[in-house]
Design a protein around this ligand. Structure first.
Ligand SMILES: O=c1ccn([C@@H]2O[C@H](COP(=O)(O)O)[C@@H](O)[C@H]2O)c(=O)[nH]1
Length: 275
């Protein structure tokens, strides 16, 4: 089963559009991990195990592991998810993009070293920079379009003209270019922040049923109802709504895993109320 098929199956089987982000921050781990040399793996594994039934995907963020020298923990975490939660795809959030000769290595890193099912990528260098990812038809390529951060509009909203189109913001040009020209293997998705419901609506109109990875609910304050209303696809799916800190750090006590499960379950319910 390729990434897109696995995602669709999981949306259906878990009745969920929730993606659980795995962003380890040891300073926020519960006390029981203080002297654990394998704390990064153990904490993330516990969060994944507790939330899997509510998850349509997991999204580990690579910088959170690499900054700690914990790449081995990331590899073991993804292997653990594949073994213990085999229907739940893993999106490695790495935001890669470079000239082709280097991009080939980034694709091998995500898909062969870490065995991720999909990876986030940055389109700024152009199509050839993402070709090694796009060529992996069994894998997902989740491309930045309109990010959730406050400065997203600095470049992404700049008005551009191109082809037979009237002038429009760059993020809309990115959305259409990817939907029409880069998605030959039907393995592309886009990142659009939950903090921008109007832009989500615009992107959905441009890309049809293409999946959208939507970070920015929870800790960043995105409005879940507006996200779902504006960006669900025609059949009420089409979204991978990602929450990291609000799920993983729902409690810093011994009940951290139960609290994470409750937070993921509550997000699933809130999303489903508006589908
Ligand atoms: O536009 C983007 C793209 C990626 N992210 C990543 O998602 C999570 C968000 O974490 P929360 O704790 O749920 O705020 C994090 O890994 C970011 O690197 C994003 O926030 N916005």
């Amino acid at each position: 089963m390729n990434f897109m098929q696995a995602l669709q199956q999981r949306w259906h089987d878990a009745d969920s559009l929730v993606c659980v982000g795995l962003d380890p921050e040891p300073a926020r781990f519960p006390g029981k991990f203080r002297d654990d040399p394998d704390a990064v793996f153990a904490f993330c594994r516990d969060i994944a195990d507790a939330t899997a039934e509510y998850a349509c995907a997991f999204k580990p963020q690579i910088a959170h592991f690499a900054a700690l020298g914990a790449e081995d923990a990331l590899a073991r975490l993804i292997a653990h998810i594949h073994t213990c939660h085999p229907g739940v795809p893993v999106i490695l959030d790495a935001k890669r993009g470079d000239i082709g000769s280097t991009a080939r290595h980034y694709a091998a890193e995500a898909f062969d070293r870490y065995r991720a099912d999909a990876v986030t990528a940055n389109p700024y260098l152009g199509r050839d920079s993402l070709q090694p990812f796009l060529d992996r038809a069994d894998k997902g390529v989740v491309i930045l379009c309109r990010t959730s951060n406050p400065g997203a509009g600095d470049l992404q909203d700049l008005v551009v003209s191109g082809g037979d189109h009237a002038a429009r913001p760059l993020y809309q040009h990115v959305a259409e270019t990817i939907a029409r020209e880069w998605n030959g293997n039907r393995n592309c998705a886009l990142v659009v922040g939950a903090t921008w419901p109007e832009q989500l609506k615009q992107v959905r109109e441009i890309v049809g049923d293409m999946p959208l990875l939507v970070p920015g609910v929870g800790a960043q304050g995105g409005d879940v109802a507006a996200v779902v209303r504006n960006a669900r696809s025609a059949d009420g799916t089409g979204l991978i709504v990602s929450s990291s800190r609000a799920v993983s750090y729902a409690s810093d006590g011994d009940d951290y895993a139960d609290a994470a499960a409750a937070a993921a379950g509550a997000l699933r319910e809130e999303i489903n109320r508006h589908r």
